[in-house]
Design a protein around this ligand. Sequence first.
Ligand SMILES: C[S@@+](CC[C@H](N)C(=O)[O-])C[C@H]1O[C@@H](n2cnc3c(N)ncnc32)[C@H](O)[C@@H]1O
Length: 211
Amino acid sequence: MKEEHFFYINNILHYKISNNESLSFDFLKGRLFNRLKKIEHESLIKKAIGKNKVKLKIFDATAGSLIDSIIFLKLGHRVVACEHSKILYRLLDDAILRAKKEYDFFENLTFVNLDSAKIIDNHKDSDIFYFDPMFKDIKQNVKRSGTLQKIGNILDLEKLEDTSIQIFDQLLKNKYKKIIVKRPIKSNPLNEKINYQVKGRAIRYDIYVKT
Ligand SMILES: C[S@@+](CC[C@H](N)C(=O)[O-])C[C@H]1O[C@@H](n2cnc3c(N)ncnc32)[C@H](O)[C@@H]1O
């Protein structure tokens, strides 16, 4: 991480990835904002969570751009979101600070800059563990969004590997109520213990439940 690569445009923190690419997050306008406005269209993820009147505690092991976490928050749940990239964390922390004034639900977010493996055991009581590993196939990432491509480039700069699948494997051996894994529609489930799937056009949610 190069300190001199952080810069502000219109009060929004950016990071220069290369001469022609930078990344920033804004939940108050633009693509992320539009997606959040249309929360009622997020029926897939709602189905994956299941019908719940109570406030759930969700551990998001792969925070990324925080979109999925924010969907959980908007649905009224409590979220602990974990992101190991220092650059992403700084950019998102800045976006949260600006958005907090507009949205109360950020009060229910605990956002941490750590390897999820380090803290997942402290959150064994979570109702849902959520994993959205980076897709190995670059083409699938491109299909998802330009932001994911940039996230991939940032992880390369920081020499960080996506280790969420290993964390998921470990968790499966331990105690959990429900694990949700976001996967490309045509890929194999990460584990044969899978209980059911919620399918969309390009992605699906694989769900593991322990009773
Ligand atoms: C595909 S992105 C997640 C996208 C996210 N669901 C969203 O809504 O934007 C995967 C993210 O998980 C992070 N990640 C991977 N392994 C991790 C680990 N062991 N601990 C914390 N974060 C991790 C990566 O840095 C990356 O930002």
